[in-house]
Design a protein around this ligand. Sequence first.
Ligand SMILES: Nc1ncnc2c1ncn2[C@@H]1O[C@H](COP(=O)(O)OP(=O)(O)O)[C@@H](O)[C@H]1O
Ligand SMILES: [Mg+2]
Length: 211
Amino acid sequence: MILVVGNTKGGVGKTTVAVNLAVLRALAGRDVLLVDGDEQGTASLFTQLRADTLGKPGYTSVALHGAAVRTQVRQLAPKYQDVIIDVGGRDTGSLRAALTVADALLVPVQPRSFDVWALDQVAALVKEAREINPDLRAMAFLNAADAQGRDNADAQQALSEVDGVEGLKAMLVRRKAFPNAASQGRAVTEIQPRDAKAIEELGALADIAFQ
Ligand SMILES: Nc1ncnc2c1ncn2[C@@H]1O[C@H](COP(=O)(O)OP(=O)(O)O)[C@@H](O)[C@H]1O
Ligand SMILES: [Mg+2]
């Protein structure tokens, strides 16, 4: 299964979600390849920090950019059970290349109007990629959502109206556990104090994304 965590917007939680999913799947006993397709290299930094603190990250990590995302992932994918690709926050060659080889795209969207509108741009990229990769599944979910209030429901409604992209009911609420864990090179499942809600939400998202 090749999963891209992508959006043409930056700062929406792509890397956070990609690294948490990589750790979660690896801890579940799967052979995981994490591809850092962002020149900023945040996922690679996370993996380096993780290796430094834990001895080994528990998954394999590579950095690939542009067309190499397509050719290398094609070559490497049969050796792994799960391939998770983190991309940069723009319409990049890496994102386009990733969409042509992936089984699924998972799009974090923050429940604010500019972010929801940007999903149309992602939907256009998905449509284009499906000409080459017709079975590409595309899912959008709310990340860094409010703990309460109406905005989530309104944003979810807006997600569900975007053509060609499935709007998921699963969402991640904005929780300190995510940055806290990342700064230690860990997933939210691995830190103290334990944030049961963050763990539950991430688990539910992973179940749907890897279905
Ligand atoms: N669910 C969340 N709760 C709290 N903070 C979050 C959450 N998701 C992401 N963040 C924070 O938002 C910032 C941007 O996230 P990041 O994963 O780097 O986004 P991207 O890769 O899309 O640019 C980071 O500081 C990250 O810790
Ligand atoms: Mg990132």
